[in-house]
Design a protein around this ligand. Structure first.
Ligand SMILES: Cc1cc2nc3c(=O)[nH]c(=O)nc-3n(C[C@H](O)[C@H](O)[C@H](O)COP(=O)(O)OP(=O)(O)OC[C@H]3O[C@@H](n4cnc5c(N)ncnc54)[C@H](O)[C@@H]3O)c2cc1C
Length: 415
């Protein structure tokens, strides 16, 4: 692999047509992906250096957030809270949104090929999020993978998957609703446990005779918040959540609706099955993954985020290789820092490393709304948690703070 672009034959669709964009008015920065990382990055690149001409490339018509989506499953918020306009974000933040997809990259020419034509850039930031690895739960046959993705979507990528799960809950009459926790550093470590609580609360208040079976390869829920989740499981949902720790999934049959663990085969009526995550395949297709990374995350300078040897190409958000929590707040605070790194590079300066911040509320009760929380930064050498603030005692005050936190994050992303 050379610095000239992708190594993969899977990449195609280079076009000689430039994207239909106004002429650049300053150093052009292309941001790929409009999630917590990309939307924040596009906004803050412009704030850090108003001369930057920023173009965000994102294929989805609207932004729909993953964070807070568990609250929607329990009707604690409406869909309007989750869904936002990329037009509004771009207009208020002073960048251009190109609705399209990055397809290929020529890093020697500094040319990004998109579904809408090519864009020549000074800097490019890749923030395309995650993809799923169904092999991790023993599903390799492409027909079965498609059946599993469509019948029992994980609900950890924005958009259709969440709409599908919401409908499942509304239509669920009785029986076993299956939920799973992946192995590895997956997107939002506490979210599968929060989701089990929100789904159980939804069934409880709607008097649906359901069991939420939660299969977890770990010995207990996500470590810092384990006491808060275990208390909620026992005290609020004792006869609804059937939590099974230390349970590895060997295979899933989406047609027969069975999941096989090392102990038994469980029949389920409906569910949302969450396999291991990996960095978006785009990163690998562009030849930018670290081949040693089991989740194919970006091969970058871990303090400055640029692709090794190329200070014009950056990889951020949930496809970074550092073991930070793959969360919205982490991606957002990290984007503030990386925008500064790029602005400093353009000005021929250096800046000090700043830790991203993880702030993660989990709503464990929906009636009344009560949450728990962890806030932390990361150690510069080990990238382990430092400055941890933890509150595992569920409370209404934290429930209220959860909503405020979400609203603040949307605002900071420009929505
Ligand atoms: C149920 C759930 C609950 C969560 N709860 C919390 C929480 O309480 N707190 C918290 O902080 N975080 C939470 N998160 C995690 C948080 O949502 C993610 O970590 C965050 O969204 C990651 O941001 P990102 O920008 O890296 O990826 P994403 O938000 O997934 O954005 C990636 C974007 O890239 C685009 N893209 C992909 N390929 C291309 C391409 N080729 N060209 C152009 N664009 C492309 C995609 O369309 C997508 O819009 C939760 C997540 C889930 C699913």
């Amino acid at each position: 692999m050379t610095a000239s672009g992708s190594a993969s034959a899977a990449i195609s669709g280079r076009t000689n047509r430039p994207a239909d964009l106004p002429a650049a008015t300053g150093p052009r920065c292309v941001v790929v992906g409009g999630g917590a990382s990309g939307a924040t990055m596009a906004r803050y690149l412009k704030k850090e250096n108003p001369k930057f001409d920023v173009v965000m490339v994102e294929p989805n018509a609207t932004y729909m957030s993953c964070f807070l989506s568990n609250l929607w499953f329990d009707d604690l918020i409406n869909l309007e809270t989750l869904e936002h306009s990329f037009d509004d974000a771009a207009a208020s933040s002073g960048y251009v949104w190109l609705q399209g997809k990055l397809i290929d990259l020529d890093r020697e020419k500094k040319r990004a090929y998109t579904s809408e034509g090519y864009i020549d850039y000074h800097y490019i930031v890749l923030a395309p999020g995650i993809d799923y690895n169904y092999k991790s739960i023993g599903v390799t046959d492409p027909e079965m993978v498609v059946a599993l993705m469509q019948k029992f979507p994980a609900g950890f990528k924005p958009g259709s998957e969440h709409l599908s799960i919401k409908k499942k809950l509304a239509n669920f009459e009785k029986g076993v609703f299956l939920a799973t926790v992946p192995v590895g550093n997956y997107r939002c470590l506490p979210a599968p446990y929060e989701r089990a609580c929100m789904i159980a609360n939804y069934f409880k208040k709607n008097k649906v005779k359901a069991k939420v079976v939660l299969l977890d390869p770990g010995e207990k829920p996500f470590a810092p918040k384990a006491p808060g989740f275990l208390a909620a499981f026992k005290e609020l949902y004792g006869n609804i959540i059937d939590y099974r720790p230390s349970t590895n999934i060997k295979s899933v049959d989406p047609i027969k609706r069975t999941v096989t663990t090392e102990f038994e085969t469980i029949k389920f009526d409906d569910g949302a099955i969450y396999p291991r995550v990996r960095a978006a395949k785009l990163i690998e297709d562009l030849g930018l993954s670290d081949p040693k990374s089991p989740q194919m995350e970006g091969d970058i300078d871990v303090y400055k985020y640029f692709a090794k040897g190329d200070q014009t190409c950056y990889i951020t958000g949930d496809c970074r290789p550092m073991p930070f929590s793959k969360s919205g707040n982490t991606a957002n605070s990290e984007a503030h820092y990386v925008a500064k790194v790029i602005a400093a590079h353009e000005a021929g300066k250096e800046i000090q490393w700043t830790s991203p911040q993880t702030i993660c509320y989990s709503m464990v009760n929906g009636t009344p709304e009560e949450a728990i929380v962890v806030k932390a930064k990361y150690d510069k050498k080990t990238f382990g948690f430092t400055d941890v603030h933890l509150d595992n005692k569920r409370s209404r005050a934290l429930g209220k703070a959860d909503h405020e936190w979400g609203a603040g994050l949307y605002r900071d992303m420009g929505f």
